[in-house]
Design a binder for this molecule. Sequence first.
Ligand code: PHE
Length: 357
Amino acid sequence: MTGRGAEPDVELLVESARDAIEAAETSDDIRAVATAVSGKRSPLALAHRSLGACSPEERKQRGQLLNQARSEIEGLLERRRAQIEAVESRAAMEADRADLSELVPGTVVTAPGRGHLSLVTRTRDALEDVFVGMGFEVAEGPEIETDWYNFGALNIPPAHPARGMWDTFYLDLDPPESTLLRTHTSPVQIRLMEGAQAAGRLPIHAVMPGRCYRRDTPDARHLAVFHQVEGLVVDEGITFADLAGTIEVFTAAYFGADIHARLRPAYFPFTEPSAEFEITCTICRGAGCRTCSQTGWIELGGCGMVDPAVFAAVGIDTERWSGFAFGFGIDRCAQMRHQIADMRVLTENDIRFIRQF
Ligand code: PHE
């Protein structure tokens, strides 16, 4: 075999590859043609492999020719592949096109599913309605608070042992532990009293719902991000009987007459005397279950008479004014109202749970 003699067969090889490539119509065709004309078993590959038998001089010349042939074939393949792809993607888009002008007679068009407010939001709204019906106004405050509003003004100075009652998320700001995610809605009491005192707008009858945060491990009755509603009354001649009566009226209005409330002595730095406010567990109706830790009662929150130290922090005259405050969990209310054994479902977004409300 001479170098010269090799040329016509390489040309032939390119010609027959060109014919096969041009005949390809679909991407399947072009894939098969690519294997046939440039794959491992193609005449081109075989020709390459046979170079080993040639003399060094011949090998160099023929090798060059074969490399040129390969790049020409690859170029042809590439061009044809692009053409086929363009045609096929245009056809796919055409097939996908929705003809919106056509109305098929007798077709029932179903509306897409509509969402609704979350159970917690609806519970908050329902609680607000109950309290507005009892003569309370609704107020709000920030979720990011200073140490003063969340603790200091509530008679919980730095290093006070009662701070342990609220495991706190602090913001990474200077000075350390000066700014935090509020652990309860009680700081809104302070903001409200400060504002009312400054503007001469006492008395106050208000509820303050909102989101709170605690470094708690979620369990059947707790979430680290949860909601509270705070209540505050500051007026002349307010007594503990007003507080107890308010809680009783609220419980009957929201949970129904068969659910009982009780107050148990407790301690909060910002109220004196203080009480914990519990209702009959609605899961077991008082018999004892896992949700209420076998006690038959569920703690909704705390309450008490506003401590004189708190009035002093906001400059309210205790000779004239007295008041009570309460704060309880909105998520806990939703749980008890709808007999939800484990509160964590409120944040899990399981559509089977959500659809029930
Ligand atoms: N802020 C208290 C808590 O979250 C509840 C409370 C509010 C207690 C108002 C007394 C008065 O634990």
